[in-house]
Design a protein around this ligand. Structure first.
Ligand code: NAP
Length: 328
């Protein structure tokens, strides 16, 4: 496919439209940097526009909303605020990036965009169990998003795999529809926060199957059961379920930056202490793509603000000042 090049050289391109990217967009737009944002593909379940909050229900811990707010509504508010100050949105996924020359080149389905600085806010995605049957049955009883698919499991018995906040949140949400939800966890203790645990323990529709892992799934066209193994005895048994939700953590979306940007052993981008700067001057990273510690919407938003300020200062010192010196 031939590539056409956009004529403008942008101040800043922002990749990813979760809380980090959209906050960076609000700040960059208000600094007159006229940011261009690639917000992802609407059809995707892993890196959809708006990020992971599009797959969540009540957000009760984002400051400023004493009664809570639905994740998608919160993200719509972020986006409207970024748009109000002039952010340009393109609803596509970036295909490749070339950091080897300046301005940087960002390719999106045959069109090349150029920018003096880049803010990466591509977030993280759900991890799957890695079973062959899981791939076959995704969308046919197997899911990683209760908010998206829970409605389809009315009065059914569902398994949720995992022991963190995501698993408990998904299980609690699913009890709105399901007859029963069994949380299958590989240990005998949850990793989830105490308040979430208490809610799950108090929910009469939630049962726990401790010290078990899901080792196979039954059904060819739709899920008909899950085979679980006791991690202590090795014994297997079958759970008669028609829904299975996987909630075992996340992986950062950093494939685009392999061998170019510094990453830690698990693939998270590494930023310089106290800033959002990556190992390439003019390239900044914020949100879950560089944070495996806090991973909250509010911390992502905070780091998005930092990235916009870092980019603005970097542009001022390295691009805009240089440009005005040559034209003077
Ligand atoms: P997480 O905290 O990393 O928990 C992952 C869970 O899955 C753990 O219990 C882990 O077991 C289990 N697990 C991992 N790999 C597995 C495998 N291959 N087979 C079976 N089980 C496996 O991930 P998370 O729950 O997605 O949460 C991520 C972050 O987001 C956390 O910081 C969390 O607090 C935050 N979060 C917050 C909210 C909220 O406040 N509303 C909601 C969702 C997430 P082990 O415990 O044995 O390691």
């Amino acid at each position: 496919m031939s590539t056409t090049t956009d004529t403008d050289v942008r101040n800043v391109i922002i990749i990813g439209s979760g809380p980090a990217g959209l906050t960076a967009a609000i700040y960059a737009a208000r600094a007159n940097l006229e940011p261009l944002m690639f917000e992802g593909e609407p059809s995707s379940t892993s890196d959809q526009p708006g990020g992971q909050l599009m797959l969540t229900t009540d957000v009760e811990n984002f400051p400023g909303f004493p009664d809570g707010i639905m994740g998608p509504d919160l993200m719509q508010n972020f986006r409207a605020q970024a748009e109000r100050f002039g952010t340009e949105f393109i609803t596509e996924k970036v295909t490749s990036i070339d950091f080897s020359e300046r301005p940087f080149r960002v390719e999106v389905r045959g069109t090349e965009y150029r920018a003096d600085s880049i803010i990466i806010s591509t977030g993280a995605r759900s991890i799957w169990l890695g079973l062959e049957a899981e791939e076959r049955l995704v969308g046919h009883g197997v899911s990683s998003c209760a908010t998206c698919d829970g409605f389809f499991f009315r009065d059914q018995h569902i398994v949720v795999v995992g022991g963190g906040d995501s698993a408990i949140e998904e299980a609690t949400f699913l009890t709105k529809f399901a007859a029963k939800v069994t949380i299958v966890h590989r240990r005998d203790e949850l990793r989830a926060s105490k308040i979430m645990q208490d809610r799950a323990f108090a929910n009469p529709k939630i049962e726990f199957l401790w010290n078990h892992t899901v080792v196979d799934l039954l059904g060819t066209e739709k899920l008909e059961g899950a085979i679980v193994r006791d991690v202590n005895t090795g014994e297997t048994s079958t759970l008669d379920v028609t829904g299975l939700f996987v909630a075992i953590g996340h992986k950062p979306n950093t494939d685009l930056f392999s061998d170019v940007l510094d990453m830690d052993a698990t693939g998270y981008l590494v930023t310089r202490g106290g800033s959002t700067a990556t190992n390439i001057e003019g390239v900044f990273a914020c949100g879950d793509v560089q944070d495996h510690t806090y991973r909250q919407a509010i911390t992502a938003a905070g780091s998005g603000c930092m990235a916009a300020i870092d980019a603005e200062r970097w542009l001022e010192a390295n691009v805009h000042t240089a440009a005005s010196a040559t034209t003077a």
